[in-house]
Design a protein around this ligand. Structure first.
Ligand code: FMN
Length: 199
């Protein structure tokens, strides 16, 4: 349990994603999943719009998801090979809980859609952190499934889009740290132009 600042920092400094295809069970319990989603819903959100949705796909709905992906491949990708169908089958049955993160921005609102999409990303990040804090790993993937019209229509309401499929379980293999960007590449101190240096 995280009860002090150093363990919170350790959590932030050690969280890593796992590859969903390598994940194993058990999945979070319903109570744990609800807790993770409640944490994800505590995300920065200009205008209190909650411009994101969490669509959970239960274990006994994974066959239906596989059917959806197969039918989508048949309709949208005539060049799909048996290997593509096999991959889709595996995707639908990856271990762990499956949360589809959905971006649900309101168009023509005073809060720009861009900001609403950023909030969705923050909700996804919080979900990854919550999973890690509860002793799980998570993996956020997109792939063609996230961009297919048919999959979108099956999982989203009109005007929504898929931000990612987030699988939450346990690592099936050791997960290695990936290279992180050097801070000097992503951090710079602002150099104001000369005219701003004078009062
Ligand atoms: C929006 C988004 C989409 C992603 N889509 C994929 C994907 O399709 N396939 C994949 O292997 N990883 C995908 N990833 C995960 C990253 O490739 C990578 O595994 C992850 O950022 C690892 O970093 P971490 O350990 O800091 O979480 C995605 C991540 C994000 C944020």
């Amino acid at each position: 349990m995280l009860n002090d600042r150093s363990s919170l920092l350790a959590l932030l400094e050690t969280r890593r994603s796992a590859k969903p295809r390598e994940m194993v069970g058990p999945a979070p319990t319903p109570d744990e999943l609800e807790r993770m989603l409640a944490i994800a819903a505590r995300s920065p959100d200009h205008g209190n719009m909650a411009p994101w949705r969490f669509v959970t796909i239960a274990d006994d709905q994974r066959d239906a998801l596989a059917r959806l992906l197969h039918r989508t491949l048949a309709e949208e990708d005539p060049s799909a090979t048996p290997a593509h169908y096999e991959k889709a089958e595996q995707f639908a049955h990856y271990s762990g809980a499956l949360v589809v993160l959905v971006s649900a921005p309101v168009e023509d609102h005073k809060i720009p859609v861009w900001e609403q999409q950023l909030s969705c990303g923050a909700a996804g990040m919080n979900l990854l952190l919550a999973a890690h804090a509860l002793g799980y790993v998570a993996g956020w993937v997109t792939g063609w499934q996230a961009y297919s019209k048919r999959v979108r229509a099956a999982l989203c309401h009109p005007g929504e889009r898929i931000a990612g499929f987030i699988f939450i379980g346990h690592p099936g293999t050791e997960i290695f740290e990936r290279p992180r960007p050097l801070l000097e590449r992503v951090w710079r101190a602002w150099s104001p132009p000369q005219e701003l240096l004078k009062p």
